[in-house]
Design a protein around this ligand. Structure first.
Ligand SMILES: Nc1ncnc2c1ncn2[C@@H]1O[C@H](COP(=O)(O)OP(=O)(O)OP(=O)(O)O)[C@@H](O)[C@H]1O
Ligand SMILES: Cc1cn([C@H]2C[C@H](O)[C@@H](COP(=O)(O)O)O2)c(=O)[nH]c1=O
Length: 219
């Protein structure tokens, strides 16, 4: 039994956490076993990375988030996949390729550091107006130096996510870039269900999920 590994990435405030949660609800309502999670994780190591960006920079932060990722894979993601679940992860490799690069780390080092991390079955990259994303992040609350900086910082972050999406595709990753524009969270999720259902292999027909597939909930 083997599940599916889907990650949701993109700039601060673009809506990753909101969309991951709603996507998880939609898939669960269709009967799929879903394991929503996020990086950095809620462990001591992960929280050190999430809230420690004023203390840790460059190579140190790159190694911290990579260590958290390997622990996450070993203790949570791989077991959930082995149990046939759909793992939905808020932030993953694209974040490292963008934020650590903004932090002055050579991309080759970031690729090398992550070379033994599992390749997601689908990488969703959300993009959107940097002004809107930055204001949403500010309204929600700032807990990282990467959230600070004005719209110029937001624009650079967004451009890098677009570049990194192309890099990931070239490296053989399956990448779906979605511009959220002025869509509501519900509209974003509705648009993302197409590529997700294509991955899950039932052509958008939730009724086809009736008990024979190992990834379907017993309930
Ligand atoms: N499509 C949307 N339309 C309107 N508001 C949204 C939308 N998506 C998210 N929001 C709101 O924007 C704020 C930031 O959303 P969220 O925390 O999901 O973003 P994020 O990308 O996970 O941010 P971060 O990376 O900084 O944690 C939240 O208050 C959320 O309710
Ligand atoms: C996965 C990942 C995270 N970070 C840092 C950047 C931010 O401080 C936090 C993310 O916090 P949020 O609550 O999700 O906005 O973690 C990083 O530098 N590199 C990474 O790969």
């Amino acid at each position: 039994m083997s599940g599916r590994f889907i990650v949701v990435d993109g700039p601060s405030g673009v809506g990753k956490t909101t969309i991951t949660a709603l996507l998880a609800d939609s898939l669960a309502a269709e009967g799929w076993l879903v394991h929503p999670t996020k990086e950095p994780t809620r462990t001591r190591l992960g929280q050190t990375a999430r809230y420690g960006t004023d203390d840790y920079h460059g190579l140190t932060l790159a190694c911290l988030v990579a260590a958290d990722r390997y622990q996450h894979l070993e203790t949570e993601i791989r077991p959930a996949l082995a149990a046939g679940q759909i793992v939905l992860c808020d932030r993953y490799l694209a974040t490292s390729l963008v934020l650590q690069r903004l932090d002055g780390v050579d991309p080759t080092f970031i690729w090398d550091l992550n070379s033994l991390a599992d390749r997601p079955d689908l990488t969703i990259v959300l993009t959107g107006d940097p002004n809107r994303s930055r204001s949403r992040a500010a309204a929600r609350g700032i807990h990282s130096r990467f959230h600070r900086g004005g719209v110029d910082a937001g624009r650079r972050e967004m451009e890098l996510y677009v570049e990194v999406s192309a890099e990931l595709s070239e490296a053989g990753f399956s990448v779906h870039v979605h511009d959220v524009g002025t869509q509501s969270p519900g509209e974003v999720v509705a648009a993302l269900l197409d590529p997700v259902r294509a991955l899950l292999g039932h052509g958008g027909d939730a009724q086809a999920l009736t008990g024979s597939d190992a990834r379907i909930s017993e309930s």
